[in-house]
Ligand binder design. Structure first.
Ligand code: FAD
Length: 338
């Protein structure tokens, strides 16, 4: 065992950056991490790994709730690279020995957090939908769906340190930044030894066609089985286009093969938190709600007045979506042209 229970102190949040911009998920984790750290009477730190502009990113992390920011900066860290980021994070954790580390369950986080955990000889609870504190033991409680989403497991890591997990984006709200906060920036100078880097970056090819960034979307229009056929997703796309939103879907629509899984919202899909979520022909099963009920405003369109979705909706429209959606899209387009 590398880091002992006795010596491990404080919480650490990994702040993911892309092209020099910190992603929201890091701030969401910092906001919730602040609450956890206060419960544990522990310090909350952030880890920023970047190619440049580190001081500016560190200030943003402090405004987001961090007491301390560990900054690893250098040209070799400009772009996410599994080997480089794993090496740097392991070195930093071995030096500062936090009791718990939170990563976003993003493509990058899911890629390198398990490697970090393996090298530190500790566990990792992947893809969590909740993080709390067990008051009896002061251990972090990691919550995640298991057995295909049929039960929510609560997982503790009593013997190894750090306790580690990846947490789905939008599980927690991003708190507003507080630029009056003060914090300490610790520069951790670390050059990457050639032996730690086994992969050469050749080029980046961005996917053509479907772009579906549901987790970061401010407006989502989602369709369910009530659409009746794949071609009717056109009604959803039209409304999404009119409001500058992204298309989501229920699992029933995905399982029917009407739309790709990357659009699925819910327990076995994505967790979202837009300003407005418009659910069309979606009944509101608990597994769907699990992925969208933290949206700021929920609007539901359903022909069944007793559909469970109306229990969580801020605004409900009882009616036939085939009449309501085209009318709504038309009015929104008209209003936007004015
Ligand atoms: P339905 O429940 O069939 O609802 C269709 C709705 O459309 C009805 O309320 C109906 O009144 C309405 N409707 C029909 N015609 C019209 C019309 N013309 N106009 C207006 N309204 C109309 N589900 C998810 O969504 N995401 C998940 O991640 C997810 N994970 C799951 C994990 C597990 C382990 C399990 C067991 C289930 C999971 N599910 C998930 C499935 C979930 O339980 C539901 O089966 C699913 O959400 C139902 O999708 P739906 O609301 O589109 O369909």
């Amino acid at each position: 065992m590398k880091i002992t229970v006795e010596e491990a102190k404080g919480l650490l949040v990994y702040m993911e950056q892309n092209a020099g911009i910190l992603r929201n998920v890091g701030f969401e984790l910092l906001g919730h991490g602040r609450e956890l750290a206060d419960k544990l009477s522990a310090e909350l730190s952030a880890l920023v790994i970047t190619g440049a502009d580190g001081d500016q990113l560190a200030r943003q992390a402090i405004a987001g709730g961090a007491d301390k920011v560990y900054l690893i900066e250098g040209p070799e860290y400009g772009r996410f690279h599994t080997d480089a980021y794993t090496y740097a994070t392991v070195e930093l954790i071995n030096e500062y020995k936090p009791q718990a580390v939170l990563f976003g369950a993003t493509v990058d986080g899911r890629d390198f957090a398990p490697r970090v955990a393996a090298r530190l000889e500790t566990g990792l609870c992947a893809d969590c939908t909740g993080v709390g504190v067990d008051e009896k033991t002061n251990l972090v409680i990691w919550t995640r769906p298991t057995f295909g989403g049929n039960i929510m497991a609560q997982i503790l890591c009593p013997d190894r340190r750090p306790q580690m997990g990846t947490v789905r984006p939008k599980t927690f709200k991003k708190p507003p930044p507080d630029s009056s906060r003060a914090g300490q920036v610790i520069k951790f100078s670390l050059s990457l030894p050639p032996s730690a880097n086994r992969v050469e970056f050749v080029r980046e090819e961005l996917p053509e066609g479907v772009v579906c960034n549901l987790e970061e979307a401010e407006y989502i229009v989602a369709g369910g089985r009530g659409l009746g056929a794949p071609e009717n997703f056109k009604l959803i796309e039209d409304l999404a286009d009119a409001i500058g939103g992204v298309v989501g879907a229920s699992r029933a629509a995905v399982d029917a093969g009407w739309i790709e899984h990357l659009h699925q919202v819910g327990q076995s899909g994505k967790t979202v938190g837009p300003k407005i979520y418009i659910a069309c022909g979606i009944s509101g099963a608990i597994q769907h709600l699990a992925g969208m009920n933290s949206s700021d405003t929920i609007i539901a369109i359903n022909k069944d007045p007793d559909a469970p979705i109306f229990r969580v909706a801020d605004y409900g429209i009882v009616g036939n979506l085939f009449e309501i959606l085209p009318a709504l899209t038309k009015e929104i387009k008209k209003a936007r042209q004015k």
